[in-house]
Design a protein around this ligand. Structure first.
Ligand code: SAM
Length: 277
């Protein structure tokens, strides 16, 4: 007998995994959590039947959402991560000489699930520099300030994550950053959801002096081609000299390509950039 788990990426497109072992399921207060082992993508975490990560390709997403802003800033001490309860972004951020990392995750069950079933991803969550807040990130940013970096590692804009994509939220994030602070957010796929990507870009550019989208391949996310967007208050990310080596290992992020990640394919420029008169 074959057991398959599928994500409907749109109502006409499905990504399906043949399940080797069903490991864990739980309905939390916020979402349906499932963990299962697959033949080709290792262990998978789904929330509400949407892929959050697989142990095969998670490094592509977690490295790119972390190292691009941190190595652009170059002197970050205090970092805020909103969402990201699996711990993958925390693990990557801790490769930098940061002093404090605040993780604001609305659903404690996601953190507990990752600690139990994804040890290679959640390994940084017990680091003494990390403090976890089980709160709504939308409210949290209104009352906490002074961060060098804010990373928005959220689910798609449904349920409690809807407000994490609003222009007002990006303004609150900007206010929570120090004067040379930088935000990096996961900003969805232009392959399947171009209007959404454009709306998010407009929201971020209404809140920041510099708005710079960059891209990565994440095979198990819809469209397989993902955008992130950096919002910066005073540092022009593209004017920074980037040291061509890191003093830690990476598997996807390459400092020699740092600036190239911001060079967008023309179809994406056409989606997001304002039309010149
Ligand atoms: N890398 C993933 C992706 O793009 O599919 C995101 C992973 S991470 C598990 C996303 C987390 O955001 C979830 O655990 C979810 O509970 C959390 N989240 C959603 N809305 C939130 C909110 N308003 N405040 C804080 N965390 C939130």
């Amino acid at each position: 007998m074959e057991l398959w788990f599928s994500e409907y990426q749109t109502k006409n497109v499905k990504l399906s995994f043949r399940v080797k072992d069903l490991v864990y399921t739980k309905q939390s207060k916020y979402q349906y959590i499932s963990v299962f082992d697959t033949e080709d993508f290792g262990r998978v975490l789904m929330l509400d039947d949407t892929v959050m990560l697989t142990t095969r390709d998670e490094f592509m997403y977690h490295e790119m959402i972390s190292h691009v802003p941190l190595l652009t800033h170059q002197n970050a001490s205090k970092v805020l991560i909103i969402g990201g309860g699996d711990g993958g972004t925390v693990r990557e951020v801790l490769k930098h000489p940061v002093k404090e990392v605040h993780l604001v995750e609305i659903d404690e069950e996601v953190v507990e699930t990752s600690k139990k079933y994804f040890p290679t991803i959640s390994c940084g969550l017990s680091d003494e520099r990390v403090k976890i807040f089980y709160e709504d990130g939308i409210e949290f940013v209104k009352n906490h300030k002074g961060y060098d970096i804010v990373i928005i590692d959220s689910t798609d804009p449904v349920g409690p994550a809807v407000g994490l994509f609003s222009a007002q939220f990006y303004k609150d994030v900007s206010n929570a950053l120090s004067e040379d602070g930088i935000m990096a957010a996961q900003t969805e796929t232009p392959v399947l959801f171009p209007e959404l990507v454009k709306r998010i870009y407009d929201g971020i550019s209404s809140a920041f002096t510099f708005t710079n989208p960059y891209t990565a391949v994440v095979p198990t996310y819809p469209g397989a081609f993902w955008t992130f967007t950096m919002g910066s208050k005073s540092i022009d990310p593209l004017s920074r000299e980037i040291i061509p080596e890191t003093n830690f290992d990476t598997k996807y992020y390459n400092p020699k390509l740092h600036k190239a990640y911001f060079t967008l394919p023309p179809f994406l420029e056409d989606i997001i950039l304002p039309v010149e008169e």
